[in-house]
Design a protein around this ligand. Structure first.
Ligand code: 5AD
Ligand code: SF4
Length: 441
């Protein structure tokens, strides 16, 4: 078998970070990363289970790579990540093509499992762990720009949102040793990175106990900001029930903590939020937004919204729209509810909203968000923002692209500047996705 490994990553940023851990583990055992699937002896799909269509995409992808295996029977195909964890050995029964199945907490076993598959046996490890954080592993960076990177600070999730498969596929919440986080962040800074995004399902509940001292997420953020003032720090995802004034004050207190909070609301109806087991009401969510606006006045806000959760009425849907309008989100990820087997919603409630209604409501949510995103960008025209340059813009080499602290993309004539530099840009106009401006000296 060729020792080249090819990996495709689906789903969230956490999976992107995990793929970098997987490649690090395999590189240590002599595997080489390739960008060309036709060269690979080992093909890995790092999968997502969050919605049914995420899984369907992966089944079709598996079908599409069948011809490679037909041409060369020695190729090993591995399904890893959340879908591997959810379906366990059923994957091997459903698709004869797959040789190995590995859940998110078993990546250290990958070299062994590949060897087992090489000797002709199907191999599987989907054990979840209470401790595994891959703290000692230095991820092999696969990002394109060399400026911004993800750093995983915790794994798993202890919230039991009724719709969500994550606690089942990623196990219980556990935080990573802050020293290992700092080591990774310093290595990134030293190799030219200027932005890290600290990742966890619920970063607000980060907690590390050492010598009877508790390090909270606020404490961790402060430690990471100290690595270097030229390093920007982002984080995701915050939970409305846990985001505290103390954390907001920390965010406000450091120039290099980005002024952007991703705070998924999911719904604007307190009745639906209760059914979703989100542990906050519409009023609580609004109170948290008021706190953000008063403690961090220049903060941008993004959210996740779900349309058509079980029993959602037109009135509940209108409450979602009115919350979005009131909050004036700068950005949103928006989804139709998709029932996931084994979750509380699947066990206890009926998925009773017809697909046409879910779609209609989702479309209304999307068109409202388009309006809000456009208002948010127009608001920036005429102002100056500090931008971290990420590289040439997609359209033209003469233009550079970067982001504001608020996470908005800015494109401007490069004037000889390079990625990784900070410059001030005056915003002249905007398109639907981008701010456009010029450098001010
Ligand atoms: N159906 C639709 N959307 C979902 N999400 C999580 N589970 C589901 C589901 N079953 C959305 C939530 C979450 C985001 C990552 O995905 O909005 O915040
Ligand atoms: Fe990420 Fe959740 Fe999808 Fe897993 S199921 S990849 S945790 S979004």
């Amino acid at each position: 078998m060729s020792n080249k490994v090819y990996i495709e990553t689906y789903g969230c940023q956490m999976n992107v970070a995990d793929s970098e851990v997987v490649i690090s583990i395999l590189s240590d055992k002599g595997f080489q990363l390739t960008q060309n699937i036709n060269d690979a002896g080992l093909i890995l799909l790092n999968t997502c289970s969050i919605r049914e269509n995420a899984e369907q995409r992966i089944w079709s992808r598996l079908k599409a790579i069948k011809h490679l295996k037909k041409k060369n029977g020695e190729i090993i195909i591995g399904l890893i990540g959340c879908m591997a964890e959810r379906l366990k050995k059923r994957v091997l029964e459903t698709d004869q093509l797959v040789d190995i199945v590995v859940g998110p907490d078993a990546y250290r076993e990958l070299p062994l499992l590949v060897a087992e598959a090489e000797s002709g046996h199907k191999a599987i490890n989907v054990l979840l762990s209470r401790e595994e954080t891959y703290a000692d592993i230095s991820p092999v960076r696969m990002d394109k720009n060399g400026v911004s990177s993800f750093v995983s600070i915790m794994r798993g999730c202890n919230n039991m949102c009724a719709y969500c498969v994550v606690p089942y596929v990623r196990g219980a919440e556990r935080s990573r040793d802050p020293q290992s986080i700092l080591r990774e962040v310093k290595e990134l800074f030293d190799s030219g990175y200027r932005e890290v995004t600290l990742l966890g399902q619920n970063v607000d509940s980060y907690k590390w106990i050492f010598n009877d001292k508790v390090i909270t997420f606020s404490g961790l953020l402060e430690m990471v900001t100290q690595v270097n003032p030229l390093l920007r720090v982002r984080f995701s995802t915050s939970h409305p029930k846990d985001i505290s004034d103390d954390l907001l004050k920390t965010i406000a207190g450091y120039d290099n903590i980005c002024k952007h909070i991703h705070l998924p609301a999911q719904s604007g109806s307190s009745r639906i939020l209760k059914l979703m087991n989100r542990e906050y009401s519409r009023e609580w969510y609004m109170d948290r937004i008021r706190a953000i606006r008063s403690i961090i006045p220049d903060c941008s806000l993004s959210t996740d919204m779900i349309s058509g959760f079980c029993t959602e009425t037109e009135e509940d849907h209108q409450a979602s729209l009115s919350l979005m309008e009131w909050a004036g989100f700068d950005f949103a990820y928006m989804f139709k509810y998709s029932e996931r087997p084994g979750t509380k919603a699947a066990r206890k409630y009926k998925d009773d909203i017809p697909d046409e209604i879910k779609t209609k409501r989702l479309n209304e949510i999307i068109s409202l968000q388009n309006k809000l995103s456009s208002v948010s960008k127009k608001h920036d025209v005429g102002k100056v923002f500090e931008v971290l340059i990420e590289g040439p813009s997609k359209r033209s080499q003469e233009f550079l692209s970067g982001r504001t602290s608020q996470n908005k993309v800015v494109v401007f004539p490069g004037e000889g500047h390079k990625k990784g530099e900070y410059i001030n840009v005056f915003i002249e106009r905007c398109t639907s996705a981008t701010l456009i401006g010029k450098i001010v000296k």
